[in-house]
Design a binder for this molecule. Sequence first.
Ligand code: NAP
Length: 217
Amino acid sequence: MSLARPVLVVGAGGFVGSRVARGLAADGRPVLAASRHPLPDGASRAGLVAVRYDTAADLAAAVRAACADAGTPLPGAVVASIGGWHKGAALLDTDPDDWSATLASHLTAHLDVARALVPLLEPGDPYVVLNGAAAREAMAGSGAISVTGAGLAMLVQVLRLEAAQTSAPRFHELVVDHAVAGDDRNEDPAQTRTPAQVVRALGEVLDDPGAPAVVHV
Ligand SMILES: NC(=O)c1ccc[n+]([C@@H]2O[C@H](COP(=O)([O-])OP(=O)(O)OC[C@H]3O[C@@H](n4cnc5c(N)ncnc54)[C@H](OP(=O)(O)O)[C@@H]3O)[C@@H](O)[C@H]2O)c1
């Protein structure tokens, strides 16, 4: 019997990424958890195979090495949980270096990671990018996050279109429209989504080759 190909969660050190990685593993899926930082104690007990990397340039090699060490096949799916939300200065008052840093971490990092990981996947494998409400709703004090989120939505659309022409993976955007419960960085959210709801929506996209390009939870 061949081993199931794992789901690779990138951004597994983040608030959502860490919960998604554990939730998918709790559902019985083999999970590779990629982070630029050491994962907390207990990650391996939760069934996660850690992939430690420094930059997107060494991510593919780190994935291959982790799979070889763990005796698992290469990933059959990617979940990119890269970015996040914070509130700061108004857009016109945003420090240019902070603007550039947000472009790098919330948008360019997604392209760099996709470039690194798509060659590891097979045609039709799912590649799911998480995004947030700020991508579609202008939020005062979160201008750079809204602009990069909107750009990320289009990035996924273009990747999906081009993938259809080149037999690459199927790309999806999973938009979490509300604060994820337990994240204290969200001040007094009107609504929340639990990590379990995010994991359930993600599982449906991973398992359904006909899942929509954009899914909201
Ligand atoms: N938190 C919420 O309430 C919430 C609500 C709705 C939607 N979301 C969405 O969920 C996703 C993740 O958000 P989050 O709240 O988990 O953010 P977070 O806690 O700040 O984590 C984001 C992760 O992104 C990764 N990252 C940042 N810069 C990177 C770079 N240059 N290269 C590679 N990886 C980089 C980091 O992963 P490593 O440090 O592990 O490498 C970091 O842990 C985002 O798309 C966000 O819009 C979150």
